[in-house]
Design a protein around this ligand. Structure first.
Ligand SMILES: Cc1cc2nc3c(=O)[nH]c(=O)nc-3n(C[C@H](O)[C@H](O)[C@H](O)COP(=O)(O)OP(=O)(O)OC[C@H]3O[C@@H](n4cnc5c(N)ncnc54)[C@H](O)[C@@H]3O)c2cc1C
Length: 317
């Protein structure tokens, strides 16, 4: 039976989250990798040289980005030959896999963090305070896998790249219409795979904008995230939200600025190796759990930190 890994392809290639999904599939057996997007041949070519990929299907069509209803029926045709269909638990996979599950009448296991064998998987629940073990009773497992829980598939050591063949039959079902292109992510690293993430909270309201976080991210080559408080205050867009109902991140360093540290926020950051926080309230829960806690008004602290980083950069040879 085939292990099918479905990832988003772009003209820039494969994301880190996609490589991690391929890495996760590697523990199940050789994978058929499907890259879906527009002008995404580069992604298919990068996938073809990853360890564990036996074959690549290239689904390249303008109707595919942001439209799971155009891709899911094609996957439903492939599914009977598969033991597993999995995708990263990013925006792409988190919309596609439930759509496919609805077509097939199969309940997906989402945010999977471990494969225990015999159709048993682990996933966090109750704001990541518990880990559930889920057994799939049917013959097909539909999964999204949490990128931070798996290592990226390494490049294959020998042999030619896996063959790439186009996926036939792609068509626009006309169920949705794109009003404007998605906002480009720019050069910022991906939140799910960044080594450093700077995350702004509602405390930034006092500073008047989110620009301080952008400046910090630029200096640290970090990804930018936001708490729900910052999103609700319209300081940041919802796709930056980190936490139980947002993105789950596991950077080497998380820096929360003006973030109180609610349970729901912490559910998304608890796997960070080092947690640092700036907050003017010494009783803020995030300060209590932080490895590095700075009790300060962010309007003074962040510019001071930026100056220190600049000085360190100037001093380095
Ligand atoms: C079902 C459910 C799901 C949720 N999912 C999420 C989620 O995914 N992610 C998420 O983040 N939240 C989530 N929430 C919301 C969560 O409960 C909190 O309301 C939210 O995390 C608070 O955001 P915040 O810390 O930015 O704001 P606040 O709690 O308002 O905290 C702001 C902090 O900034 C500090 N501050 C203010 N001014 C300054 C200053 N000048 N200098 C320094 N510090 C300052 C304050 O002391 C305070 O600690 C969810 C809630 C529910 C019910």
């Amino acid at each position: 039976m085939t292990v099918l890994v479905v990832v988003e392809g772009t003209d820039k290639g494969l994301s880190e989250a996609s490589r991690r999904a391929v890495g996760a599939a590697g523990t199940l057996g050789p994978a058929l990798l499907l890259t879906a997007g527009v002008d995404c041949r580069a992604a298919a070519e990068q996938g073809a040289v990853l360890s564990g990929v036996a074959e690549v299907l290239l689904a390249d069509h303008p109707c595919l980005p942001g439209a799971p209803e155009n891709l899911a029926p094609l996957l439903a045709n492939l599914a009977p030959a598969c033991s597993h269909v999995l995708a990263p638990a990013d925006a792409f996979g988190a919309t596609l896999i439930p759509f496919l599950g609805a077509l097939l009448g199969v309940g997906p296991v989402t945010e999977t963090t471990a494969f225990l064998g015999d159709g048993v998987f682990e996933r966090p629940c109750h704001a990541a305070r518990l880990v559930a073990r889920v057994r799939v009773l049917g013959r097909l497992a539909l999964l999204t896998v949490r990128p931070s829980a798996f290592s990226p598939a390494p490049p294959r050591r020998d042999g030619p790249p896996a063959p790439i063949r186009p996926l036939p039959g792609i068509r626009d079902h006309g169920l949705c219409r794109r009003l404007r292109p998605a906002q480009p992510l720019g050069e910022r690293p991906d939140l799910e795979s960044a080594r450093i993430a700077v995350v702004g909270g509602r405390g930034l309201e006092e500073a008047g904008s989110f620009a301080l976080m952008e400046a910090l991210a630029h200096r640290l080559n970090a990804a930018v995230g936001a708490s729900r408080g910052a999103v609700d205050a319209e300081l940041a867009s919802a796709d930056l939200q980190v936490g139980q109902t947002g993105r789950i991140i596991a950077p080497d360093l998380y820096l929360g600025v003006g973030v109180s540290g609610s349970l729901q926020h912490v559910a998304g950051i608890k796997e960070a190796r080092v947690i640092a926080a700036i907050n003017k309230d010494p009783a803020a829960p995030l300060l209590a759990m932080a490895d590095v806690a700075w009790v300060a008004d962010l309007r003074q602290a962040v510019p001071e930190l930026l100056r220190a980083l600049q000085n360190a950069a100037d001093a380095s040879p």
